[in-house]
Design a binder for this molecule. Structure first.
Ligand code: C2O
Ligand code: CU
Length: 550
């Protein structure tokens, strides 16, 4: 009785459409949003999702899915293509702008677009229930509330996000504001997007996306690193400072980024924009959905020299599977090994360069005493089983009305994301027969896969633990504290110097055995906002929940 009355209460406070017919996926049927007459946009663009072909590798073109855009009105720099790339164009917005985007679905499947990192009303946030069918149009209207930052646009349809992102549907949004402009950071050709993705190709240069039991657990991994849609990207740079805008657009792969000659990474900003001061790091972790703003100064480099951005090995985050990961698909690029991301080659001598600012942009920090309930953190728990990765103990279901996480509007919440299972001791696991025919011998001690099999085997016999990049829609959050279970400290030591905890975030890596406390505001907009693992295979498997802000 108690449960159903809570359910009724939830129903009563939800908009009318909830009682409408439901689709196959248990989502309500929602009519595609139309333009509202009262909204007077400063910027308006058409955004198309379509099947296309792209020249990625040498030889045959690759079939992809692609965003393209056409600016209807607004500043010309709003839409910038990345030459020769399957990625969507960079959409450059100004804080305070009113934006209308008409999304046209020219695919032969449902889709909807989410503006990852932007603070927009729930009805234009790309909740899967708003997915539109082939041939339909969905009109987004919002005002740019974010400070200067890099955001992402990507699909968010129910159980098909990973597949569509993998096929190519993704693009960067760059928000500018006056505070950032006053810093005189490198712009134009000296501000370079670095969108990192991994993909698996067959012998005909076509993308392979074949989720299986392994990828459901760990995510799907490619054998090629693409930057801005190109393999083995080489950047020709001059002897001056550049601003590199990184985005991890991979579905599952985590990078530990470092310059190959030991030059520290100089970090200007993260997901939610600029830090207060630049930070210098030996390496930086970049997980799916995260962004990174990096100052790269080539001033003192000699003409003709090269600097390589690499991903360094790390442990405990993902199973050390090596070649086993991909089974019969051949050689997956080993997870957690060392490989190149791109090369910067110094090809031009110039005498002038901007200087690294000492101060960047102020961050207005939320105090814990401002939170709705200072003594009680909103829990987000990560749990792992053989067949499912869960948030708050259950897989995503739209119909979980009575158990939906509910947050009062205009509150600031302390939240605790915990991955306790990772601190448990795993059993020994014997690697199974791989699809490639090899025998995988996996040691799954201490909850983590330490060594992977050769030839495709992945042990299923033991407990496992992996890190999850947790993403919360809506406003950015601040990280208050991170604590790690003592049994997981050694794995943690291989990554934690690469965390930037001082900036505004919307995606955070939670390691096995770790508890991350954050403060997040829920201001301005009521409605349903997703939170999920940004390992997109996990998301599609149901490692997702939603907040009802009311
Ligand atoms: Cu980048 Cu809900 O996703
Ligand atoms: Cu996950």
């Amino acid at each position: 009785l108690k449960q159903s009355s809570i359910g009724l209460l939830a129903f009563a406070s939800l908009p009318q459409w909830l009682t409408a017919a439901e689709t196959m996926h248990g989502m309500p049927m929602v009519q595609p949003r139309k333009a509202s007459v009262n909204f007077k946009p400063d910027v308006e663009l058409e955004l198309y999702c379509q099947n296309a072909e792209a020249q990625i590798l040498v030889g045959r073109k690759t079939r992809v899915q692609q965003y393209t855009a056409k600016l209807l009105h607004g500043p010309e720099h709003t839409v910038t293509e990345i030459p020769g790339s399957y990625l969507g164009p960079i959409i450059r917005l100004q804080k305070g702008q009113k934006v209308r985007i008409n999304l046209h679905n020219r695919l032969d499947e449902d889709t909807i677009t989410h503006w990852h990192g932007l603070h927009v009303p729930a009805e234009v946030d790309g909740h899967p229930m708003y997915a539109i069918g082939s041939g339909q149009t969905f009109v987004y209207e919002f005002e740019v509330a974010n400070r200067a930052c890099m955001a992402i646009y990507h699909p968010h349809p129910h159980e098909a996000t990973a597949k569509q992102v993998y096929q190519g549907l993704a693009g960067a949004i760059i928000v500018n504001d006056e505070i950032e402009a006053a810093l005189g950071l490198p712009t134009g050709e000296f501000e370079i997007p670095i969108v990192i993705q991994d993909r698996l190709f067959d012998g005909q240069n076509q993308l392979i996306y074949a989720p299986n039991m392994h990828s459901n657990m760990f995510g799907f991994y490619g054998n090629r690193i693409l930057v801005n849609g190109h393999p083995e990207l080489q950047l020709d740079v001059a002897t001056r400072a550049y601003r590199l805008r990184f985005l991890n657009g991979s579905t599952a792969r985590i990078y530990k980024l470092a310059w190959d000659d030991g030059t520290p990474m100089t970090v200007l900003g993260v997901d939610g924009g600029l830090l207060e001061q630049p930070e210098h790091k030996p390496y930086v972790m970049l997980v799916p959905g995260e962004r990174l703003d990096v100052w790269a100064d080539f001033s003192n480099r000699t003409l003709g020299s090269e600097l390589v951005m690499r991903s360094l090995p790390f442990s405990g985050v993902l199973p050390h599977m090596g070649m086993g990961m991909m089974g019969h698909h051949g050689f997956g690029l080993p997870v957690g090994s060392d490989y190149a991301i791109f090369t910067a080659r110094i090809t031009k001598k110039v005498s002038d360069s901007p200087k690294l600012p000492i101060q960047l942009a102020k961050i207005s920090r939320y105090g814990i005493d401002e939170t709705h309930n200072p003594n009680k953190a909103v829990p987000i728990t990560i749990s792992e089983g053989h067949m499912a990765m869960l948030l708050n103990g259950r897989p995503y279901a739209y119909k979980d009305i009575q158990d939906r996480e509910r947050i009062p509007l205009n509150t600031i919440q302390l939240m605790e994301i915990s991955h306790e299972q990772g601190s448990g001791h795993g059993m020994m696991g014997m690697g199974g027969m791989g699809e490639g025919g090899g025998m995988g011998m996996g040691r799954m001690g201490m909850g983590g896969m330490q060594h992977g099999g050769m030839g495709g085997g992945m042990g299923m016999g033991g407990m496992m633990a992996m890190a999850h990049p947790i993403h919360l829609h809506g406003q950015s959050f601040q990280i208050v504290s991170r604590s790690i279970d003592s049994s997981r400290e050694s794995d943690y030591a291989t990554v934690n110097q690469g965390f930037i905890n001082s900036g505004l975030k919307d995606t955070v890596l939670v390691m096995p055995g770790e508890t991350v406390r954050i403060i997040k505001p829920f201001q301005d907009f009521k409605g349903l906002f997703m939170f999920h693992c940004h390992n997109l295979e996990h998301e599609d498997m149901g490692m997702m929940r939603e907040f009802l802000v009311e």
